[in-house]
Design a protein around this ligand. Structure first.
Ligand code: CP
Length: 313
């Protein structure tokens, strides 16, 4: 049965990119482009609305991007950026917290180190809940950001050879992006990682079942000439069980100017950020490096998402 939110409209959450159909995603991206091209036209659409950012895990981009998005739509922002400054530190459950937040705000973006925590919150909420990253599981708004960037800069989301490089085991942005892009059937995937950081077995099984064209390799240099898109990722220190393994693997890949010479002239280099050492700073000036443009697209797509989930369009 459809749940009605406290604003009297059907209640929708975003837990994974698959919560939106391909058609809905296209509408969302079109709206994001409209907002990008006409910011003044949307500057008051969220007047008197409040966004709560409930971040139980550190963030720079996602939280501030959500907050910028809401402020630029005319809304207001409340929230916390650290579990220790919330009543979670006194033992309050996510379910109770969201019931309280539902009294204060109109929409909530939640990041949590535990996989599934935003989904638990969504089950008790009377306002839309957006998963802003849950453990090593999903990061749907990063995926929307990545997809809008690709669509805007390449003109399409289909027909590409996509390289994903680095920590493919713990990298939630990789899991979310691949799951979403699988709905565009002409894409091929090259997973580039050390043995220990290969894609999770559930994802490999899904790729095989769907008869997707993919391969898993270790050397970035060997596959660079064949890629249309290269999605670099950080080795996720916070998800390792021991420091020794992290230290051994953290600099396994370093994309520098010399390696980039092997890549096509129109390949895009994406990265969800934060970067540590996996892309040399010297690469930043290469026109193929679009990871800072990606951040700006993240604001537009979050604006479009807020407006859509609040039922304002
Ligand atoms: N891309 C991303 O999720 O960055 P933050 O951890 O800084 O939010």
């Amino acid at each position: 049965m459809e749940k009605i939110g406290k604003n009297g409209k059907p209640l929708r959450h975003l837990m994974t990119p698959l919560d939106m159909s391909v058609e809905e995603l296209e509408e969302l991206f079109d709206l994001a482009e409209k907002i990008k091209n006409d910011p003044d036209g949307y500057a008051h659409i969220c007047d008197r609305k409040k966004l709560a950012t409930c971040f139980y895990e550190p963030s720079t981009r996602t939280r501030l991007s959500f907050e910028t998005a809401m402020l630029d739509l005319g809304g207001k922002v409340i929230g916390f950026s650290d579990a220790s400054s919330s009543s979670a530190s006194k033992g309050e459950s996510v379910s109770d917290t969201i019931r309280v937040i539902s009294c204060f705000a109109d929409i909530c973006a939640m990041r949590h180190p535990k996989e599934g925590a935003p989904m638990v919150a969504a089950g008790r909420s009377t306002i839309p809940v957006i998963n802003a990253g849950d453990g090593g599981h999903q990061h749907p708004t990063q995926t929307l950001t990545d997809m809008l960037t690709i669509r805007s800069l390449k003109g399409s989301l289909d027909g590409f050879t996509i390289g994903l490089c680095g920590d493919l085991k713990f990298g939630r942005t990789v899991h979310s992006l691949v799951n979403a892009m699988l709905r565009y059937p002409a894409n091929k995937y090259v997973f580039i990682s050390p043995e220990e950081l290969k894609i999770p077995s559930y994802l490999r099984a899904k790729l095989i079942e769907m008869k997707v064209d993919f391969k898993e390799v270790e050397r970035l240099e060997d596959v660079l000439p064949s890629l249309d898109l290269l999605y670099m990722t950080r080795v996720q220190r916070e998800r390792f069980f021991n420091e020794e393994d992290y230290v051994r693997l953290k600099d396994f890949y370093v994309l520098n100017k010399k390696k980039l010479e092997l890549a096509p002239k129109d390949m895009l280099v994406l990265h969800p950020l934060p970067r540590v050492n996996e892309i040399s700073v010297e690469v930043d000036d290469d026109p193929r490096a679009v990871y800072f443009k990606q951040v700006q697209y993240g604001v537009y797509v979050r604006q479009a998402l807020i407006v859509t989930l609040l039922g304002l369009v």
